[in-house]
Design a protein around this ligand. Structure first.
Ligand code: PLP
Length: 372
């Protein structure tokens, strides 16, 4: 049996996505930016705009606020560097968290080298930031706040709406990396007071190498890529047409099936956690309630993550493991630092797969602990 429990890393493309985007590789392959008078190119353009609307609906934005990119990494880079470039002369400060994805952390490192300063918020043992600390860190020089919507390792969902309210009140641009949450939990850029938001299609059953940056109307940001006039002059480069259309379909499906997906995944998760409770020395990381439905992050006493990963892999089960900057930031005890694994569930997982995983997992724990 092959059981894929690494859905936070990437997901299998939904068959409906594959069906809709495949014809844009062979039949409708024209470039709408250059074939002005071709009916094929017109159809391609119409489909891309339909996808833009589908992506905007997913986060309650308007169509013109969606800019297609090559994925989450590019969107995060653009958000941070694009705002920094806009303040090139006077520089300024950025507020963020120590548990961001490396796409954000590395971009912050770069803008630091450009002369900007970065202040990191504290996170508690669940990986949660405190909006009051955001308020305290804001100064007259703050140009951007970047806090992820949910963490990719421990699944904690951050108080984005509360931070958004503070950012709005202080008139500071607010970016959130929603790569782990888009199409998995509701997102409303209006309610959350977000100005910039990153998403990536391959995390919600869409194709790899395509994503989007939401840019609120009126927000001043410098383009990141120089070249052609695509994306209203803000993101140069020939469009990844099949990818964009695939992302549109994935967004549409994600929005319409979200409630069902959450319910089913939570049932699987509940069953896993009940079985884990019966095993001694298993500690669940991340926030107990404010957490991504599909995320389970555990530390296992007496069993190295590497050993467990290899053993599960040999039995056809794919999970992932730390250690990482996130585990360090939430203060995982040293003896558990290398004993932490992430199980991330997706909509294609079945109860039979979970039953198989748990049987293999429990047998492994017994075996490895006996050997010690
Ligand atoms: N941000 C977060 C929170 C992620 O989990 C990921 C993917 O691992 C990314 C950004 C990067 O996205 P992409 O793989 O589309 O570049």
């Amino acid at each position: 049996m092959y059981v894929y429990l690494n859905n936070a890393a990437t997901t299998r493309v939904d068959g409906r996505v594959l069906y809709r985007f495949s014809k844009f590789f062979r039949n409708l392959y024209e470039n709408p930016m250059t074939s002005f008078y071709s009916p094929g190119a017109k159809e391609v353009e119409a489909e891309m705009e339909k996808a833009r609307k589908e992506v905007s609906d997913l986060i309650n934005a308007s169509r013109k606020e969606i800019y297609f990119t090559s994925g989450g990494t590019e969107s995060d880079n653009w958000a941070i560097k694009g705002i920094a470039l806009n303040h090139w002369e006077e520089k300024g400060e950025i507020i963020s968290t120590p548990i961001e994805h490396s796409a954000v952390l590395s971009s912050l490192k770069t803008v630091r080298e450009w002369g900007f300063s970065v202040k990191f918020l504290h996170v508690d043992k669940f990986g949660m930031v405190d909006p009051d600390e955001v308020r305290k860190l804001i100064t007259g020089r703050t140009i951007l706040i970047s806090v992820m919507h949910a963490n990719n390792e421990i699944g904690t969902i951050e108080p984005i709406k509360e931070i958004g309210e503070i950012a709005r009140e202080k008139e500071i641009i607010f970016h959130t990396d929603a790569v782990q949450t888009a199409a998995h939990i509701p997102i409303d850029v209006e309610e959350m007071n977000v100005d910039l938001l990153s998403i990536s299609a391959h995390k919600f059953y869409g194709p790899k190498g395509v994503g989007a940056l939401y840019i609120r109307k009126g927000v001043k940001i410098k383009p990141f890529m120089d070249g052609g006039h695509q994306e209203r002059g803000f993101r140069a480069g020939t469009h990844n047409v099949p990818g964009i259309i695939g992302m549109g379909e994935a967004a549409k499906i994600g929005l319409s099936e979200m409630d069902k997906e959450i319910k089913e995944i939570l049932e699987l998760k509940k069953y896993i956690l009940e079985r884990f409770e019966k095993i001694e020395g298993i500690y669940v990381n991340g926030h107990p309630e404010k957490k991504l439905p599909g995320n389970i992050n555990i530390s296992i006493e007496g069993v190295k993550a590497e050993t467990m990963l290899l053993y599960l892999g040999l039995n056809g089960i794919i999970v992932s493991a730390g250690p990482s900057h996130v585990l360090k930031a939430i203060g995982i005890p040293e003896n558990l630092y290398f004993n932490t694994i992430r199980i991330s569930l997706g909509k294609f997982n079945t109860f039979e797969e979970i039953e198989y995983f748990l049987d293999v997992f429990e047998a492994g724990i017994r075996e490895f602990r006996k050997k010690k």
